[in-house]
Design a protein around this ligand. Structure first.
Ligand code: ZN
Length: 181
């Protein structure tokens, strides 16, 4: 049997592509972060485009947010830096399944990974990093991340400008995602 051709080609044309969908999930995860200055989300995706894990930057488990030093200035141990867990590390450690599932996976993150997360990404077996912002490009840490990825065979690519749409995600019932150009 053949379908009448007039009934074909009616699919919605502005559906999110995979990159947009996964980076959108990462951005939504960033919305969970309690960090007042930087909110980062990460989404790990298997080779078959299934989401394996999600993470965002935050205090380690059981470290109460009210007792956490969220600031960036002052004595080093009075800032967030020695204590905060980054989105990529959380996403890797949050994965409840077998570690072998991460081998060959991709990680979507809205900010290019720091060198500590770069090492965790490499050791987990993830093979590709897709990111939006690279606002620390040229800093020592950022250069170290790129050296690590280059030496260890991790691909990284910034999402193309043509995908940088603005979506308005309403949490009200019956309001679809709105595309704002
Ligand atoms: Zn990091």
């Amino acid at each position: 049997m053949e379908l009448d051709k007039s009934v074909l080609g009616k699919q919605r044309k502005n559906a999110l592509n995979w990159d947009e969908f996964f980076i959108g999930i990462a951005k939504l995860a960033a919305g969970r972060s309690k960090d007042p200055s930087t909110q980062v989300g990460a989404c790990i995706v298997g080779h078959d485009n299934r989401i394996l894990s999600i993470g965002y930057n935050g205090a380690p488990n059981h470290f109460e947010d009210e007792k956490f030093p969220w600031g960036r200035d002052g004595e080093p141990n009075d800032t967030k830096y020695p204590y905060v867990c980054h989105a990529e590390l959380n996403a890797i450690l949050n994965y409840p399944g077998s570690r072998k599932d991460l081998v060959g996976a991709k990680i979507y993150v809205d900010l290019f990974p720091c060198n500590e997360c770069a090492k965790a990404i490499i050791q987990s077996g993830i093979k590709e990093v897709v990111y939006l912002s690279d606002k620390y490009a040229g800093t020592d840490g950022n250069n170290a991340s790129k050296l690590l990825f280059d030496q260890c065979g991790i691909e990284y690519r910034q999402m193309d400008e043509k995908y940088q749409k603005v979506l308005r995600v309403s949490l009200k019932p019956d309001e679809p995602i709105e595309y704002i150009d």
